[in-house]
Structures are given as C-alpha cells and as structure tokens.
Design a protein around this ligand. Structure first.
Ligand code: UDP
Ligand code: MG
Length: 317
C-alpha cells in the first residue's frame, strides 16, 4: 500500500440529484466513520443542470475527504463511473447511486464479503421497490439473458451498489453504458464474485434517468460484451471459420454448376443456385478478410495500450 492510498473509496455518479445529496452525504458519512477505515468519497457531477454542483461545493468546503469531480457536460452514468474510478485511490472501491434508493449501511456487508477474499461483491436488490411491468420484469429478463450468455450468473446486474478490489477496476475499460457489465467484463481477467442482498427504497426526490428503451440498449451491449469476452483475442477463429464454411459451400455449388454447363451442356444463367453460389463465395471472402482485419485491430488494441493478454493475480518469488 502506497502512502497516499486509502482503504476505501466510495464513488457516486450524480446527475440532477439536488434534493438527495445532502441526506446521502450525512448518512454515508455516518456509516463510513463507524467503519474505522481510511476513506474518501468521490462524487462525480455528471453535468447536472440543477443545483447539484453547488450543494457538492458547499459540502466539499467542510470536508477534505469529499472529492468532487465535475464533468463538463452530461456524459452518462458509465462515463461518470469511469471518471470516479480514475480519481479514486482506495484499495477497495464501492460504487453507489445518489438517489437514496440504497442504504449506505449495506456497504459494510459488501466489505465483509470482500475481506473473505472476493474481488467483486455485487449488491442484489432482492426486494426491489420499483414497478413490475416497466422495471422489474425487463430487469429479470435481462439478468437471465446476461447470465446465460456471458456465463457469469448474477441476480441483479443493474444494481449499482457494488464493491470492487481496485485492481479489478483498473483492468476494465468502460464505454457506452457498459458499467452494468463490469462483473462480466472482469470475468475475463479471472475474478471471485459474490452477491449480497441489499435493501432498496423507492425514489423520493428527482426522476429516474432511464426508461424502458434501456432494455434494448442492454441487449445490444450484451452482443458487444459477448464478443469482447469470447473472441476479442482471436477474431480469425470466428470470422475465418464462418468464412471458410461459406466459401466451401459456395465453391461446391459453383463446381457443380460448371460441371453441368461444360459437360452436360445445360444452361445455368437462369438458375437461382448460381446466385447463391456467387453470394456464398463473396460472403466467404469478406468474412475471412474481416477476420484478418480483426487480427490486426486486436494487435493494435493490445499493443497501443501496452495491454497484456493475461492478468496476474499474485507472484511468489
Ligand atoms: N446518473 C448519472 N448520469 C446519467 C444518468 C444517471 O450520473 O446520465 C446517476 C444518477 O444521478 C443516479 C445514478 O446514476 O445517481 C442512477 O440513476 P437512476 O437512479 O436514474 O437510475 P435507476 O435507479 O432508475 O436505474
Ligand atoms: Mg435509482
């Protein structure tokens, strides 16, 4: 542990939560003081247009342990998390919402699990206080699908109350709205994962920033995540295989057509099969080329960032 490293950072994205901040701050502060660990709170103002930043500035005046990061505009929750994670120096990083839907006291439950040796401990809103049709049902479907496809089973991907060892966070890059997929993305470096039921309350002030359309974006994101997890280091094996298959079938059909044209003299120009053969050969060549391009991109991706294709947990020397 370096000198300026703390034991705990609590990262909170904030977008127009004016009425919630003070209460959250007081409750959180009480919980953190009781834990007896060195800590900081990292509040990220994601371009709020209400008085959220002014409230934060006022609180910051009286508290060195409250760091405030103000983004220039609203970049979205994932970007806000990323900004918070980047300036957090804690060994353990806890993320939570600013809307008072979580109980800060649950943080100690997450930390207990972390100290048992887990790398990520996810909250699970077992008794979620939101409408069924527009919130809980789509979320159940999404959790099931994400768990099946990524192979990382969690009851509640959408719960932002989570705790991470900082090295896990350092190894995950967030884009778009991928923050909910951190446990799945992190599984690629090998993590021990646990879940803890947490309390959940209805939102009392301010509005939710999301609606039903989120379900659709989650499904698209899932495609990205699946690809990153399974094929990012071997695109040729995916595209190449598909391409070769397509090419092989196309070639067989073309050979057959050539044979009957050349040796049996029957016309082939009016046969749909000819089109199919051409299509398959074309697509096949394209896919193989895509695989090769993918291989190049992968190299750029890893080497430009000095990334390794492995991550070490620890070394005994
Ligand atoms: N949030 C943010 N930037 C955004 C949208 C949301 O920082 O563009 C914050 C928001 O202030 C809250 C958290 O992310 O602290 C979760 O948002 P919300 O409560 O609206 O989501 P829900 O709980 O309804 O899924
Ligand atoms: Mg909320």
């Amino acid at each position: 542990m370096t000198e300026d490293q703390l034991e705990l950072s609590v990262v909170i994205p904030i977008y127009n939560e004016q009425e919630n901040i003070e209460r959250l701050y007081r409750d959180l502060k009480q919980v953190l003081e009781r834990l007896g660990k060195s800590y900081e709170i990292v509040a990220v103002d994601d371009g709020s247009t209400d008085g959220s930043f002014e409230v934060l500035r006022e609180l910051h005046r009286g508290d060195d342990l409250l760091k405030v990061v103000r983004l220039r505009r609203n970049f979205g929750q994932a970007a806000a998390f990323a900004a918070g994670f980047d300036s957090a120096v804690g060994e353990i990083i806890v993320s939570m919402d600013a809307d008072l839907q979580f109980d800060p006291a649950d943080i100690s439950k997450l930390l207990d699990k972390i100290s048992e040796g887990y790398d990520i401990v996810s909250g699970w809103r077992a008794d979620r206080q939101e409408t069924f049709m527009t919130r809980r049902l789509p979320s159940m479907a999404a959790n099931w699908l994400i768990s099946r496809i990524t192979g990382v089973a969690l009851h509640d991907y959408g719960c932002s109350l989570k705790a991470y060892r900082s090295e896990v966070i350092r190894n995950v890059r967030l884009y778009g709205e991928l923050h909910r997929f951190i446990p799945a993305l992190a599984s690629s470096i090998g993590v021990h994962l646990a879940e803890v039921p947490v309390s959940h309350y209805p939102r009392r002030h301010g509005k939710s920033k999301y609606d039903l359309s989120r379900t659709l974006t989650v499904i698209l994101d899932l495609l990205t995540v699946k690809f990153l997890l399974s094929y990012a280091t071997r695109p040729m094996q995916v595209f190449g295989l598909l391409g070769m298959l397509s090419l092989a079938v196309g070639t067989v059909i073309a050979a057959y057509l050539s044979f009957i044209r050349l040796f049996l003299g029957s016309p082939i120009a009016n046969r749909p099969l000819l089109l199919l053969a051409i299509l398959l050969i074309f697509v096949g060549v394209q896919l193989v080329t895509m695989g090769l391009l993918g291989e190049l991109t992968t190299r750029t991706y890893y080497e430009a960032q000095g990334k390794k294709i492995y991550v070490i947990r620890e070394m005994l020397e």
